[in-house]
Write a protein that binds this ligand. Structure first.
Ligand code: NDP
Length: 446
């Protein structure tokens, strides 16, 4: 990056956000690709768009006390960052994981602004979460935690203000408890959360949306480059919500998914992952991935989740967590002939890994664009709640498919318009940014 103004803004972001490397990483990646836009738009400089867009509207920190099954009081920390409502109400998921702190929530909230813009739906960006670890907790403990979390959060959210959803550790069960508590506190039934259960306002296909959307995006990217999923070997990291449905959709497109993981290790199944067995193990039994080999004797379990990137594949779909592919893992993928990486997780590739993708001319579908299907379908859930109607699975899936095709086309076009053909990372950042920046400029200095 040569633009001195952008270097100065980035420097000030680094100074003002010490100890938050994930947030700095996310801002740096966006800035590095926005240079041609800023060079061409002095009006954005005058309107202070970069200074404003790197500072959230507000960050809320709160105490979350709850009582465990032994009667002991536990205390976690809750967060909600409301980043930008320039193009619609704040919108973004809630992450429950022990690694959560302010910097993680800020990186996710910042990225969400651009992702939501790419969907073309009217949604601003937000994110929330807690350092609470749902693993190993009883249903009652999860319920008490969720109720306490919402007892504070409810003051700041609303169907036209801020609409949270799921993320790591927050699935239909957690959203159900949160929705129940919100309703009790406000006496209001509204679409204040998305990812709800189907009997009480959830959208069909929301569970599948991020994984399916990832494959729709990847399919469009492959097609534009004369390739397809048909007959390809695919590796999917993670085995949570996004990973499971990415696996299912990739298989339905004719690919063979040979490996999946959790935070302890990965399984390699030369026959291709048995999706239904994996779904029941992870979604219904909430088991560990190593148990898969108990019922699939040809499959192997390997301790350590990073090893999954040494499994030879044509296409890699990282669907677990941030920075899960470093430079070394990216080199292993390239050396084994992998030619495409599309991100289901948020920021799963380190900057060094991204350099390896470009150096090896691999196709790279960045998270902001490739995993936007989840929030897009959350947007469709909000629409259904507002009009008091429910669409069929196929109707929602068809809309999702169309949105993901459009997102790919927008990334492709923006990259071409700014002289970076084939760089979908730059295309996603530019297309997502332009809409928000225009809206901010039009609304004045607020
Ligand atoms: P889940 O909680 O359902 O699953 C997460 C998966 O990733 C699990 O297999 C988990 O393993 C693994 N994982 C989590 N943390 C780590 C870690 N530190 N190291 C290695 N593996 C890890 O989450 P989701 O599937 O919902 O989310 C996965 C990713 O997709 C996240 O980056 C999320 O932000 C992103 N995303 C999710 C969307 C959604 O709609 N759900 C939408 C857009 C993006 P284990 O069980 O061992 O913890």
């Amino acid at each position: 990056m040569k633009n001195q103004y952008m270097l100065d803004v980035l420097e000030s972001v680094k100074k003002r956000n010490p100890g938050e490397p994930e947030f700095i990483q996310a801002v740096t990646e966006v800035f590095e690709t926005l240079e041609p836009v800023i060079d061409a738009r002095p009006d954005f400089v005058a309107a202070g768009i970069l200074e404003r867009i790197t500072e959230p509207d507000r960050m809320i920190y709160f105490r979350v006390p709850w009582v465990d099954d032994s009667g002991k009081v536990q205390v976690n920390r809750g967060f909600r960052v409301q980043w930008s409502n320039a193009i619609g109400p704040y919108k973004g998921g809630i992450r429950l994981h022990p690694s959560v702190y302010g910097g993680i929530i800020k990186f996710l909230g910042f990225e969400q602004v651009f992702k939501n813009s790419l969907t073309t739906l009217p949604m601003g960006g937000a994110k929330g979460g807690s350092d609470f670890d749902p693993k190993g907790k009883s249903d009652n403990e999860i319920m008490r935690f969720c109720q306490s979390f919402v007892a504070e959060l409810y003051k700041y959210i609303g169907k036209d203000t801020d609409v949270p959803a799921g993320d790591i550790g927050t699935g239909a069960r957690e959203i159900g408890y949160m929705f129940g508590m919100y309703k009790k506190l406000t006496d209001e039934w509204s679409g204040v959360l998305t990812g709800k259960g189907i009997p009480y306002g959830g959208s069909l296909a929301r569970t599948q949306a991020t994984g399916y959307g990832l494959c729709y995006f990847t399919n469009a990217m492959l097609r534009a480059n004369g390739k397809s999923f048909e007959g390809q070997t695919v590796v999917v990291s993670g085995s949570g919500n996004v990973a499971l449905y990415a696996c299912q959709k990739a298989q339905s497109f004719g690919a063979k998914v040979v490996a999946m993981s959790d935070s302890n290790g990965y399984v390699y199944d030369p026959d291709g992952i048995d999706f239904e067995a994996m779904r029941v193990l992870k979604e219904v039994k909430r088991g560990r991935i190593k148990e898969y080999v108990d019922t699939h004797p040809k499959a192997e379990y390997h301790e350590g989740c990073k090893g999954i990137w040494t499994v030879p594949c044509d296409i890699a779909l990282p669907c677990a967590t941030q920075n899960e592919i470093d430079g070394e893992s990216a080199k292993a993928l390239a050396a084994n002939g992998c030619y495409a990486v599309a991100e289901g997780a948020n920021m799963p590739s380190t900057p060094e890994a991204i350099e390896v993708y470009f150096a090896n001319k691999m196709l790279y579908g960045p998270a902001k664009a490739a995993n936007a299907g989840g929030v897009a379908t959350s947007g469709l859930e909000m629409s259904q709640n507002s009009i008091r109607m429910s669409w069929s699975f196929d109707e929602v899936d068809e809309k999702l498919h169309g949105i993901m095709e459009n997102i790919f086309a927008a990334c492709d076009k923006a990259a071409k318009d700014y002289g970076m053909e084939g760089n979908y990372m730059a295309g996603a950042n530019i297309a997502g940014f332009l809409k928000v920046a225009e809206a901010m400029k039009a609304q004045g200095c607020v």
